[in-house]
Design a binder for this molecule. Sequence first.
Ligand code: FMN
Length: 188
Amino acid sequence: MSVIEFLHSRRAIRNYQPREVEKEKIEQLLKVATLAPNDRLREPWSFYVIQGEAKKRYEQVALDYLQERFPTKPKLIESSIEVVKNTPVIIMVTADIASNKADTKDNEYAVCCAIHSMWLAACELELGFVWRTRGVGLVHDQRSYQFIGSPEGKKMVGTIFLGYPDQSETEVGMLKKRTSYEEKTVWL
Ligand SMILES: Cc1cc2nc3c(=O)[nH]c(=O)nc-3n(C[C@H](O)[C@H](O)[C@H](O)COP(=O)(O)O)c2cc1C
């Protein structure tokens, strides 16, 4: 498939088979991420790969967050934790906070490019992928920083959930709703 074909078929995949993802494939994703465009080659990204025992700890952090955020919604908490449990690999991605606002913003943009590169590569490797920020993505919760060891000067940009796609996900793979570019474009 060409890049353009992958861009047409790429989908957010949220359900996975209970199958391990090969380390080589995870490394391929990380490698393509580091090839992303980035201002003045600051290479502002860091990746935190969460599997096995670390994923058990992530589940606990997510549970603490959900219980605090949704104290009256036990069903939502249960289903959200199931999602974490059924995800083979989680990767948190941060951007470096620079000495000024403009560079910090550019760093975040570069990290977004890196995550999108990983997403396209995941399609080629037949892996299901979703970039999460809300809920169990924990991007907007301070606990995520403690979880990755409270590194100095990093901003959480995305949490990737990754695995071999569940059959039900590949069946809806063709549906993609978007407003036409014509309605979103001004030709000046
Ligand atoms: C910055 C960003 C944050 C997102 N956060 C979430 C999220 O927290 N939970 C989720 O299920 N999907 C999340 N998504 C995935 C979008 O919901 C998904 O891309 C959108 O529904 C369009 O579907 P598609 O990717 O299959 O085209 C996020 C995507 C982006 C780019």
